[in-house]
Design a protein around this ligand. Structure first.
Ligand code: AMP
Ligand code: GLY
Length: 417
């Protein structure tokens, strides 16, 4: 089959690596891909947001199957456009992807179908939002409705921060149209868990749970990032909690989307908080998390491409999906300055990191020139180690990270506690 993979981060590197093991994948193209992905796919200079360019490439190259991995092309309707020309896709339609691209849509869905989440109010006028926070207790959470590159959420500790967040969204329009409407939410507390799940709209199969580390610095300090590392499985996510989530959150979400005529096919991401009143949804994403994918996919024993085909063809119930009885630790190595401004173009020296058994080095922001690799993004590498237990996985991941060098390389030293 001729296959395209849309995206160019660590998540797409992991997907490219695992799907290319399947002999059905004869020609794999990544749009746009990155340095690491070029080991498995032909990288084509078409941006993941250039839907017309993607569709034209698919037509010109007789593409049979597409994997649309990032949020932006999903929100822009890449799957609908590709399916229209006969390309089968792994990933939700634009209407189903709204579960991520509109936080207000997601909240209203949860309310309508009794799916546990934080209490909230919706605002489209600055004055009303400011009056509301003036009489609310802090901390309080301010969220831009639309996609904001992971930066649209502020957990405000006091009125001043809450006011700044409202002004930034609604007056300064920092997130453009995405911040025209906002949500103001009750602040929940408890351990956070990510659960990625395959679903074809009929069956839902959760993957191994994980814990992302969103803050930039050790001890969960500093600004939010796209994710600085992942521990999988998540220590807090017991079998009893998993059962409760399946009954009260996962299946009700799939059913709710079906009832609304927005059947979801692909990977549904549940961002959960385990509160004293039970698990609640913090956010949904309509795709694999990044860097969660780099920690969770290495634990998948079954063939990823076969699962993707089954999701598209609504035969997920026929598959037996197996995971390794193991743990993984993923440490992101970032450019100095990330998530604010940073320089790129530095050569990466991998040392013998990739020779350590159980270690995978996924490229998040790299460029290849011949046999050399250079930094090209904020998050540069996602270094994952798989081992029998988490302590060993963590030790190996850091052993590998210490062997890798580039100018300004920075990472958290406390992934997994
Ligand atoms: P998101 O961009 O939706 O993943 O949100 C970023 C982070 O903000 C989450 O991982 C949580 O740590 C935090 N957060 C979002 N909503 C809430 C909430 N209602 N209560 C407490 N923390 C929250
Ligand atoms: N790691 C969080 C996300 O992918 O949204």
């Amino acid at each position: 089959m001729n296959v395209i993979l849309i995206g160019g981060g660590g998540r797409e590197h992991a997907i490219a690596k695992y799907i290319s093991k399947n002999p059905k994948v004869e020609n794999l193209y990544a749009l746009p891909g990155n340095g690491g992905i070029s080991k498995f796919a032909e990288c084509v200079k078409i941006s993941a947001e250039d839907i017309d360019g993607i569709v034209k490439f698919a037509k010109d190259n007789a593409i049979d199957f597409a994997i649309v991995a990032p949020d932006d092309p999903l929100a822009l309707g890449a799957v609908d456009r590709l399916e229209e020309i006969g390309v089968k896709c792994f990933g939700p339609s634009q209407k189903a992807a709204e579960i991520e691209s509109s936080k207000i849509f997601a909240k209203e869905l949860m309310t309508k179908y009794n799916i546990p989440t934080a209490k909230y109010k919706i605002f489209s006028k600055i004055d009303e939002a400011l009056s509301y926070i003036a009489v609310s207790d802090c901390p309080i959470v301010i969220k831009a409705d639309g996609l904001a590159k992971g930066k649209g959420v502020t957990v405000a500790e006091n009125f001043k921060q809450a006011r700044e967040a409202v002004m930034s969204c609604m007056k300064d329009k920092t997130f453009g149209k995405s911040g025209e409407r906002i949500l103001i939410e009750e602040c929940l507390s408890g351990p956070e868990v990510t659960v990625l799940a395959f679903t074809d709209g009929k069956t839902l199969i959760p993957m191994v749970s994980s814990m992302d580390h969103k803050r930039a610095y050790d001890g969960n300090k500093g600004p939010n990032t796209g994710g600085m590392g992942v521990a999988a499985p998540n220590f807090y996510y017991t079998d009893a909690i998993a059962d409760e989530c399946m009954k009260k959150i996962f299946l009700p979400t799939v059913n709710a989307l079906n009832s609304e005529g927005r059947t979801f096919k692909g990977c549904l991401y549940f961002g959960l908080m385990l509160t004293k009143d039970g698990p609640k949804v913090i956010e949904y994403n309509c795709r694999f998390g990044d860097p969660e994918a780099e920690a969770v996919l290495p634990l998948l024993e079954s063939d990823l491409f076969e699962i993707m085909l089954a999701v598209r063809e609504e035969r997920l119930a026929d598959l037996e999906i197996k995971f390794k009885n193991a743990a993984s630790c993923c440490v992101v190595v970032a450019s100095s300055g990330y998530p604010a401004s940073y320089l790129t173009g530095y050569e990466i020296n991998f040392g013998d990191a990739e020779k350590i058994p159980g270690v995978e080095v996924f490229h998040a922001g790299t460029k290849r020139e011949g046999e050399k690799f250079f930094t090209s993004g904020g998050r540069v590498l996602a270094v994952t180690a798989v081992a029998e237990d988490f302590a060993q996985a963590r030790e190996k991941a850091y052993e590998a990270v210490k062997l890798i060098n580039f100018e300004g390389a920075r990472y958290r030293t406390d992934i997994g506690g």
